[in-house]
Design a binder for this molecule. Structure first.
Ligand code: 13P
Length: 248
């Protein structure tokens, strides 16, 4: 049985002081021992959020990370900085980073390898555009993202990874994929992992759905056999996130 993992992706919202207040608000609402709860927050909020979350079930993740340990990479955050700050998760290859910050399958792969090297759990995002869905190439596109993203990752490492399936057309649009659409792709992603590795790895890896998840859509989505939780944007900034975490 895979444990559900429900993560908030705060994106570029919340100043450090707002972040601490939001943690205080959400802390009593997101208590659910059956779910891993992760708040993925902007780099400047990581330390105050980790501090504010102490003693709760909330784990903290970064929204991005560079693929070198240290050096002349102005503006980047290294895995060593994350581990030193007690950060256990990192979102990699979010579609917004691919679209606005030139992230590619290859850089995502380098970051995946680096995250595992430092014991940080990657939440690797994938997902098609509306045009790709309409052209019928959804799974070709996602398979490429997954196969390149996991190049050189061992089966034991892959078993601990999280993949977030986020159709780009469903992000921030209020247009959630139907439960059937989300389940179908998550199932195909699991089949792709089985092809790369084996059945045991496919059985262990956790696959989230993301894209306009809210308190109404969460219960149905998370009840699907191949959907192991969600990556939640807008609704993770509101008390509603407590309802999403306690979807049952
Ligand atoms: P929304 O939940 O705001 O659609 O964002 C989804 C997302 O991109 C999470 O990473």
């Amino acid at each position: 049985m895979r444990k559900k993992i429900i993560a908030g992706n705060w994106k570029m919202n919340m100043t450090p002081s707002e972040a601490v207040k939001l943690v205080e608000t959400l802390k009593p609402l997101v208590n659910n021992p059956d779910v891993d709860v992760v708040f993925c927050v902007p780099a400047i909020d990581l330390i105050p959020v980790a501090e504010a979350a102490k003693g709760s079930n909330i784990q903290v993740g970064a929204e991005n990370m560079y693929f070198e340990d240290k050096g002349a990479y102005t503006g980047e955050i290294s895995p060593l900085m994350l581990t030193d700050a007690g950060i256990k998760y990192v979102v990699l290859g979010h579609s917004e980073r691919r679209e606005y910050f030139a992230e590619t399958n290859e850089t995502v792969n380098k970051k995946m390898l680096k995250a595992f090297e430092h014991g940080i759990t990657p939440i690797m995002c994938c997902g098609e555009s509306l045009q790709q869905r309409e052209q019928g190439v959804t799974m070709d596109f996602i398979r490429q993202q997954v196969k390149v993203g996991f190049l050189g990752v061992t089966a034991d490492q892959a078993k601990t990874a999280v993949i977030a399936y986020e159709p780009i057309w469903a992000i921030g649009t209020g247009k959630t994929a139907t439960t059937e659409q989300a389940q179908e792709v998550c199932k195909d992603i699991r089949a792709c992992i089985a092809e790369i590795y084996d059945a045991a790895t496919a059985e262990a890896i956790r696959i989230q759905y993301g894209g306009s998840v809210n308190a109404e859509t969460a219960p149905d989505l998370f009840a699907q056999p191949d959907i192991d939780g969600g990556l939640v944007g807008g609704a993770s900034l509101k008390p509603d996130f407590g309802k999403i975490v306690n979807y049952k």
